[in-house]
Design a protein around this ligand. Structure first.
Ligand SMILES: Cc1ncc(COP(=O)(O)O)c(C=O)c1O
Length: 396
């Protein structure tokens, strides 16, 4: 073991020599993080409006979450869900105290794509049907089932050869297309704000119409709330804002503030159909993850992060709409898509130079913000000022 610190250049070359080259990376290596700020290996500070890929829900290294992880790691790092666990039971109670569906049941797993695979299986088992409907422009993960539901060609192509033929995609927002929800359909999966797709939404009525068609044909409704859930869009789940009750809701990202965790929340009726052995995963519901999940739920409540997402989202929208050069602002709460006339990548690069991390999207003109829900009023002001000055420079 060596205590010598690797230089950033060495980190880059070692990474290239030791990992698959599948990520196009930002040119930085975060070393420490507190709240909405990170410091990289070179000592440069950043305002993080990307949140480590929408994961730093409670901010980086929230002291309550850190303390919970440390305390649990000293007691028991891991045991699988083959045993009972006090911390898992406590985490479940803390989660369900925030969740809006009485009597719903959780299944814990490890990643967003796994949660969606579990939801597909539950829908197939419940209906005896195979067809899964999804929308053009949506993203649901990288495993074959989730990829087969993906509506972005660039990602579908990564399967190399064909995908599951009983998964069909339809245009998002088009009423006629909903005729695909029929008596052969097991489930429809909805990413209610298509985040990677450029923060694209449908009208509130459209989500309700999807639910109506599902009920009429005995089809299970899956809401992929992996990005929209847990308070980011101004309610605990996005589905609450449009008055829809999905049979299955999938979650991941910031569920445990960065300890890898995901879950499926199932309404009582479909939950009751699950039998021993139907689902399972080694790491799902492990003690450290559950301690972090419980602490995350406590912080969301005690710091009123759902309300903060809404307020900071409003502040961002008002500010962004007043900046010349911003063509449109999309999304809700702290899931924000900013459309520019030209390539968003250039603006993203300039923001990074000035110490602000943002995300791209599959729409070349759309930049995304997925910041911690602890974002402060002053952080928003800082971002708006920097963006304004960048756009002034670009247009002059
Ligand atoms: C909406 C949505 N669903 C599913 C996933 C897949 O999650 P994971 O990368 O944890 O498998 C993502 C990841 O970005 C996502 O944004």
């Amino acid at each position: 073991m060596t205590n010598e610190k690797m230089s950033f250049a060495t980190i880059q070359s070692v990474t290239a020599e030791t990992e698959l080259s599948v990520y196009s990376r930002m040119p930085l290596a975060p070393a420490t993080g507190r709240g909405c700020r990170i410091t990289d290996e070179l000592g440069k500070e950043y305002l993080d409006l990307y949140g480590g890929h929408a994961v730093a829900l409670t901010g980086h290294c929230h002291p309550h979450v850190v303390a919970a992880i440390q305390a649990q790691a000293q007691e028991l790092i891991f045991y699988s869900s083959a045993v009972y666990s006090r911390i898992r039971a406590e985490a479940n109670q803390a989660f369900l105290a925030n969740a809006p569906f009485p009597g719903a049941r959780l299944f814990h797993c490890c990643s967003g794509t796994e949660a969606n695979e579990v939801a597909f299986k539950m829908a197939r088992l419940a209906t005896g049907r195979e067809k899964i409907v999804s929308f053009n422009g949506s993203f649901h993960g990288r495993t074959i089932g989730s990829l087969s539901a993906c509506g972005i060609e660039k990602y579908r192509k990564t399967s190399g050869v064909g995908l599951i033929s009983s998964h069909v995609q339809i245009p998002f927002g088009e009423l006629d297309a909903l005729s695909a929800i029929d008596d052969q359909t097991a489930a429809i999966i909805v990413e209610p704000i298509q985040s990677l797709g450029g923060a694209v939404m449908a009208s509130d009525d459209y989500y309700r119409e999807i639910e109506k068609r599902c009920r009429a044909h005995g089809v299970k409704l899956i809401f992929d709330e992996i990005q929209t859930g847990l308070g980011r869009t101004g309610s605990f789940f996005f589905s609450q804002q449009v008055g829809v009750t999905p049979d299955l809701t999938t979650m991941a990202k910031g569920l445990a503030s960065g300890i890898p965790t995901a879950a499926v929340l199932a309404l009582p009726e479909i939950a009751a159909l699950s039998k021993g052995g139907d689902q399972g995963t080694t790491f799902g519901g492990g003690p450290v993850a559950m301690a972090a999940l419980k602490a995350t739920m406590e912080v969301i409540r005690s710091e009123q992060l759902v309300e903060n997402s809404k307020a900071r989202g409003e502040q961002l929208r008002v500010g962004l709409n007043a900046i010349p050069g911003v063509v449109a602002v999309r999304g809700r709460g702290l899931l924000v898509g900013i459309e520019f006339k030209g390539p968003a990548k250039e603006i993203q690069g300039k923001l990074l130079e000035k110490g602000i991390i943002t995300g791209g999207s599959s729409e070349p003109t759309v930049l995304r913000l997925l910041p911690p829900l602890t974002l402060q009023e002053a952080d928003v002001k800082e971002f708006l000022e920097v963006l304004n000055s960048i756009l002034e420079d670009v247009s002059s």
